[in-house]
Design a protein. Sequence first.
Length: 211
Amino acid sequence: MKKKLLEFLKNLPLMDLGTGSKRHITKSKQIALKYAKEFYKPQAKVLDLGCGDGFWSEKLKQIGYQVVSSDAEKKYPDCRIIDANLPLPFPDNVFNLVWSLDVIEHLASPQNIIQEIKRVLKPEGAFILTTPNSYFWLYSISKIFGLSPKDMQRKDHQHFFHYNDIKKLFPDSRIYGYFCYTAPLKFKIKNSWLVSKLSPTFVIVSMTSLK
């Protein structure tokens, strides 16, 4: 029963939960990419931390970034094998941007990787991250059927973040979300209550100039 319900919820045709076949087209990633484009400067260097299949590394290259791609396993030819649970093997102040999509929930210590990200960024650098919102409305409904966020998300997730958790981890960053229905009803949201309740994903953006 639980398994069938889980599959039903994940495959609702009107929903954009940012997972599975929609992971490259979900609104959360479009929002993140918009800010990467806004931040771009010639010769800017970006670390794609957790590059996976390299889809977003290629998108960042198309913008014009010099991309260093990394992940714990090599699924992309240009990927450098790096365990993000350990100190990053880069000097201080080397990247203009750190881009990391759906990674921090997999790591033993999000606090450690945040410090490492800040260390490798240049003084005017920025980071753009995404991570699941484990307390948006669908998870509240799933509790009725005995399903927890842990049941709904990937088995290798170590953290299940609430909006308040993200705010504590990133006190100086903007936290965006999105209304997750199909176009034309998919749009960015930034009100904290709406993001915490309606968005399946947090989009965390730290840069000097934001709209």
